[in-house]
Design a protein around this ligand. Sequence first.
Ligand SMILES: CC(C)(COP(=O)(O)OP(=O)(O)OC[C@H]1O[C@@H](n2cnc3c(N)ncnc32)[C@H](O)[C@@H]1OP(=O)(O)O)[C@@H](O)C(=O)NCCC(=O)NCCS
Length: 144
Amino acid sequence: MLVAAVNWSPEWRPKSRRHVLAAPDTAHYIAGWPRETDLGVVAEVDGERAGAAWLRFFPPDDPGYGFVAADVPELTIGVAAAWRGRGVGRALLDAVEARAKEAGIARISLSVERKNFAQKLYLAAGYEVTGAGTAQSDTMVKFL
Ligand SMILES: CC(C)(COP(=O)(O)OP(=O)(O)OC[C@H]1O[C@@H](n2cnc3c(N)ncnc32)[C@H](O)[C@@H]1OP(=O)(O)O)[C@@H](O)C(=O)NCCC(=O)NCCS
């Protein structure tokens, strides 16, 4: 699902699973999973794994793309291509937020490219664009 999230745009040459799991800027989203503070959910349809959403805390010296603070975990979400556009992503978002609340997490951050329709999903779910980000991407935060 990390590979799916990295390769969100059909216009780009997809990065291989090997590359995604070797490059530090993407590998650190799942390296050593599960750490004590990691939290995530998997969507299953008839026993088939359709998607996943997870939260990981990053330190300031190894930040994720959507880093805002060491006590704010960053969201990653990916749905298998065959299951997209059928409500799985929204359900994953709701589920991971519910788990985060139970764990006492107050804020969630993420990074999304402005061209990715996923940004509309995040806006509809209550994430707000922060001042951080790049020319192509926004950092968004939701207060739970
Ligand atoms: C982004 C992603 C997680 C969303 O999951 P999903 O299961 O496809 O989304 P859902 O079916 O729950 O739809 C969520 C919303 O997006 C809209 N949507 C779904 N597919 C869409 C598409 N291709 N284009 C535009 N909007 C779309 C839906 O209409 C829905 O909005 P609504 O609630 O107002 O009806 C999934 O498409 C995915 O894995 N994409 C590739 C990886 C990625 O982009 N990850 C996020 C990186 S920041």
